[in-house]
Design a protein. Structure first.
Ligand SMILES: [Zn+2]
Ligand SMILES: [Zn+2]
Length: 397
């Protein structure tokens, strides 16, 4: 592995930054102390910053030379609303909040790159280091864009990275095209007419209608959607009634839809609505249909992905970069940035959990697990990737 020596020498500092962030997790749009820490470090290193985009977002601006070319590198800063069960010294000090997705490590890796780039300006142009809030459901990427990220910081391309358990340390995974899914939520309320359960003929039973809708919706995946296009329609909650002898007025169906393609999503949403409305009509019931689109699918651009793969291969070797990693039905709001600018998002291997120190809880080392911990061995690897990506992208002509 060809890591950058001064970054390796800076590992101890990066590890203590990472652990400080881990110990002080903050949720969506509340990343005040984390943002302060990021801003303080960037300022200490002489990097001009912009603050306030997306409420708590921070952007560092590292310029060199005369070129007006620019690249964006993005990390996320937020934690999850869950209780950490680790007992090591840097475990969460904030009850019910935890860095279980490794965003503490993302922030530290990008700070490591910013530190090096501010001292070793082997590039011609501008590197924007973007620290965004609220990846975990809050759409912080979108909020930063709405607040002018790409107009105040005009960049040609933007790149993202996520630590990924199960991929060995020192290896990367990436793929061109869809890599993560769109995430969407629905809530459908079937409005019938309640009655005594012994007099069902006086009711419009919403439970029977809800059950018909639930069954019929599965035919959207098997009969309407092309078998080539991946899609998930999961009903995760059905609620109705409160007594054994009462037919309730209403029943609700709640769940999620995941797709890699917005056309597939359009099809599924419109078929869900049609089936719900027409089934209700057939039974003299009514429906309230709510479908909320969260994050769009994350789609890596071809040219920038080929470029990222080349840079990764130059650091860890050809055989350590899986350029056709299997996409996941998980979602990620970096997808918005890739709608606004060309770019690429990669997985950096977090290993199988061997890094877990004493005091680390039991359980698999999975993202969003209460015993998760970012692997500090990744800090110089990820920071080196960011630096080489920027240097190659802004190579002096
Ligand atoms: Zn997460
Ligand atoms: Zn995450």
């Amino acid at each position: 592995m060809k890591l950058i020596d001064p970054i390796i020498e800076f590992h101890h500092e990066l590890q203590s930054i990472r652990r400080e962030i881990h110990a002080n997790p903050e949720l969506c749009f509340e990343e005040r102390e984390t943002a302060d820490l990021v801003a303080k470090k960037l300022t200490e290193w002489g990097i001009p910053i912009l603050r306030g985009m997306g409420v708590t977002g921070v952007v560092g601006i590292i310029k060199n030379g005369t070129s007006d070319r620019a690249i964006g590198l993005r990390a996320d800063m937020d934690a999850l609303p869950m209780q950490e069960i680790n007992t090591f010294a840097h475990a969460s000090r904030n009850d019910g909040k935890m860095h279980a997705c490794g965003h503490d490590g993302h922030t530290a890796m990008l700070l490591g790159a910013a530190h090096y780039l501010s001292q070793n300006k082997n590039f011609d142009g501008t590197v924007y280091v973007i620290f965004q809030p609220a990846e975990e459901g809050g759409g912080g990427a979108k909020r930063m864009m709405d607040d002018g990220l790409f107009t105040q910081c005009p960049m040609e391309a933007v790149f993202g990275m996520h630590n990924w358990p199960g991929i060995p340390v020192g290896e990367f995974g990436v793929t061109v095209g869809p890599m993560m899914a769109s995430s969407n939520e629905f809530e459908v309320i079937v409005k019938g007419k309640g009655s005594h359960a012994a007099q069902p003929h006086k009711s419009v039973d919403p439970i029977m209608v809800a059950v018909q809708i639930a069954q019929s919706w599965q035919t959207i995946i098997t009969r309407n959607n092309s078998p080539i296009d991946a899609a998930v329609l999961s009903i995760t909650q059905i609620h109705a009634g409160s007594a054994t002898n009462v037919i309730p007025d209403n029943a609700s169906l709640i769940g999620t839809v995941r797709t890699f393609d917005l056309k597939v999503l359009d099809l599924i949403e419109s078929r869900m609505r049609a089936i719900a409305e027409h089934t209700a009509e057939a039974f003299d019931a009514k429906v309230e249909f709510r479908f909320h689109r969260n994050y769009p699918p994350l789609i890596n651009h071809a040219k920038e992905t080929a470029f990222a793969v080349e840079v990764l291969q130059s650091i860890v070797g050809v055989e350590k970069v899986n350029a056709q990693v299997e996409p996941t039905m998980g979602a990620e709001d970096f997808a918005y940035m890739l709608q606004g600018k060309p770019g690429c998002y990669v997985f950096i291997g977090n290993g199988e959990g061997d890094h877990r120190s004493a005091g680390h809880g039991l359980g698999p080392c999975n993202l969003h697990n209460p015993s998760y911990d970012f692997n500090d061995d990744l800090l110089p690897i990820g920071a080196t990737y960011w630096v080489r990506l920027a240097e190659q992208f802004l190579k002096p002509q």
